[in-house]
Design a protein around this ligand. Structure first.
Ligand SMILES: CC(=O)N[C@H]1[C@@H](OP(=O)(O)OP(=O)(O)OC[C@H]2O[C@@H](n3ccc(=O)[nH]c3=O)[C@H](O)[C@@H]2O)O[C@H](CO)[C@@H](O)[C@@H]1O[C@H](C)C(=O)N[C@@H](C)C(=O)N[C@H](CCC(=O)O)C(=O)O
Ligand SMILES: Nc1ncnc2c1ncn2[C@@H]1O[C@H](COP(=O)(O)OP(=O)(O)OP(=O)(O)O)[C@@H](O)[C@H]1O
Ligand SMILES: N[C@H](CCC[C@H](N)C(=O)O)C(=O)O
Ligand SMILES: [Mg+2]
Length: 488
């Protein structure tokens, strides 16, 4: 419960009609969840305009409305607060409603196209091992200390986000590591939060369905760093083409990590194979269990953030060297008899596919075939599909194009969109099989001893969404089942 006047602190208000002194017991942006004592925030979404539900929520018992456009018929006793931007206000209001939890935490946001889950999860594991009670908000799952709360989004909406942060404060968490997706930044899900630090991983093509142009996607990500306060830290990847631009206008203290150029956090890879990485970080040599060059970047980002958060460098490296990565990220299993290597990876962008496949190419001894099973998600960026097909074909010996999460789209059409990226040579080494389980079975049938099977796109996901229905599906489980059959 909170008083309306306190809740609208720092909200940029255009006008208020009705009483200001009221106890709010429920905060909602979804009319279906409104009831007595509710403050309803009407948000203009991508599908509907929340303003159309204002009379319905009042009927359900709502006592205050935050909106951009005042309704024609104002009701007696109801408070109407007109704002410039409802979505941005929702962030600030939720932060106030839940007692400004981010002010009581060291909150670190991770943004970028690939690597967010890995970096945030490694930070969570590192700080937990170092003895802190921590929170994690990630694509795979959310953690409040040891307690797991299922994740619906990479970054939850402002209301759930602040409620989760409140729970973290109440349960004694001191540090919270959160993925901050470009959707979340654009939709102001993170408005009002006080970040202690921000980390940039990289930016390559994804989400052009939503952000329309690459420049707009860059601008949105950059706006996260622009809004960091001067006592925060901002860590960026010096080897990414946009790494410097990201921090151009930030007030935060700037730091860079790099494998190629001078930087505050400088790494050098000495060994890179299937047992892990040996690298120096600021001249200290360490062995890590994570695999591949892209994880060297993730480790540098984590190391940099831990230093900025005041940890001892030897302690950081000691713990980091013991950690494994996040579920479904370069997750690999070996079949007992034939020693076929199965790798489940969440690569769902052209760049992530190139990274994971070139990593595999560098790690193989030479004679092993690389067989890739991949697809692309429905209701998402269509322009990335042919690029993903081309990437998979270029770096694999065989490709099986299959379904990812078709969502509401026709799975066959998505496969055709992926196929469109294949050139004549690539067309000779691919087949398409719509059913994902069949695709994985076929890939295994094609594999000989020690060959490498990459199953890309779904990582940790435990379902497959087809025509709006989520069916249980787990790439790693399917792979393990087939491995068992194979070795019988
Ligand atoms: C495209 C997108 O991001 N959509 C998000 C957005 O929905 P929307 O704008 O379509 O909402 P809408 O349906 O038009 O409704 C507008 C408003 O009316 C309200 N409403 C709606 C119906 C009703 O009966 N009553 C009512 O009050 C809604 O609660 C909402 O406040 O706001 C919703 C509430 O916050 C989100 O759940 C929803 O995420 C959808 C489900 C989604 O799939 N988002 C993905 C793309 C996403 O956000 N992904 C990123 C990760 C991307 C990455 O980096 O890989 C993430 O952070 O997870
Ligand atoms: N630093 C990196 N650079 C490029 N590719 C990476 C990097 N880290 C991980 N990847 C690849 O991208 C995939 C996704 O990694 P991860 O889940 O950590 O990213 P994410 O940014 O959280 O993705 P999402 O946007 O879906 O939340 C991994 O499975 C791996 O193939
Ligand atoms: N956070 C990403 C995940 C994509 C995962 C992939 N399996 C797909 O369904 O496209 C998105 O919502 O675009
Ligand atoms: Mg993620």
């Amino acid at each position: 419960m909170a008083n309306l006047q306190d809740i609208v602190y720092k909200v940029s208000i255009r006008s208020i009609v009705g009483p200001r002194d009221k106890a709010i017991t429920n905060l909602q942006t979804d009319s279906r969840l409104a009831g007595p004592g509710t403050l309803f925030i009407a948000v203009k979404g991508t599908h509907v305009d929340g303003h159309q539900y204002i009379s319905a929520v009042i009927e359900a018992g709502a006592i205050a409305i935050v909106c951009e456009d005042l309704p024609g018929n104002l009701q007696e006793g109801i408070t109407y607060i007109q704002v410039e931007d409802s979505a941005a206000s929702a962030g600030v209001i939720a932060h106030n409603f839940y007692g400004q939890p981010s002010e009581k935490l060291r909150l670190v946001g991770v943004t970028g196209t690939n690597g967010k889950t890995t970096i945030a999860t490694l930070l969570y594991k590192l700080f937990s091992e170092l003895g802190y009670k921590c929170g994690l908000l990630s694509t795979v799952q959310n953690h409040i200390g040891d307690r797991i709360v299922a994740a619906t989004h990479t970054t939850p909406d402002a209301l759930h986000l602040n409620a989760l942060l409140r729970d973290m404060v109440d349960e004694g968490c001191t540090h919270v590591f959160m993925e901050t997706s470009s959707h979340a930044i654009h939709q102001h899900r993170v408005a009002g939060l006080r970040y202690t630090g921000g980390i940039f991983s990289n930016i390559t093509q994804d989400h052009l369905d939503y952000h329309k142009t690459f420049d707009e996607y860059i601008r949105v990500k950059k706006s996260f760093f622009d809004s960091l306060p001067s006592d925060a830290f901002a860590i960026s990847n010096a080897d990414d083409k946009r790494g410097a631009v990201m921090l151009q206008n930030t007030n935060a203290k700037k730091y860079f990590y790099s494998l190629k150029t001078l930087a505050e956090f400088k790494g050098r890879i000495l060994e890179n194979n299937l047992t892990g990485l040996v690298m120096t970080i600021n001249d200290q040599e360490v062995h890590f269990r994570l695999i591949g060059e892209f994880n060297a970047y993730n480790l540098l980002a984590v190391y940099g953030a831990a230093i900025c958060l005041g940890q001892d460098r030897n302690e950081i490296l000691r713990v980091l060297s013991t950690l494994s990565g996040a579920e479904g990220r370069f997750d690999y299993v070996v079949s007992p008899k034939e020693k076929i290597i199965g790798i489940v990876d969440y690569a769902h962008t052209p760049d992530a596919l190139i990274n994971v496949l070139t990593t595999i190419q560098k790690l193989r001894k030479g004679h092993e075939k690389i067989i890739t099973v991949m697809g692309a998600g429905g209701d998402r960026d269509k322009t990335k599909r042919p690029l993903m097909g081309a990437a998979a074909a270029e770096y694999s010996d065989r490709v099986i194009i299959t379904s990812d999460n078709p969502r509401t789209e026709d799975p066959e059409q998505i496969i055709r969109d992926v196929e469109a990226g294949l050139n004549t040579a690539a067309k000779r080494k691919y087949i398409s099989i719509t059913d994902r389980k069949e695709a994985i079975r076929t890939a295994l049938n094609l594999a000989g001893p020690e060959d490498i099977l990459l199953i890309a796109g779904k990582g940790h996901e435990k379902y497959q969404e087809i025509k709006g229905v989520k069916y249980p599906f787990d790439d790693k489980q399917v792979l393990l089942e087939f491995f068992e059959l194979l070795d019988k």
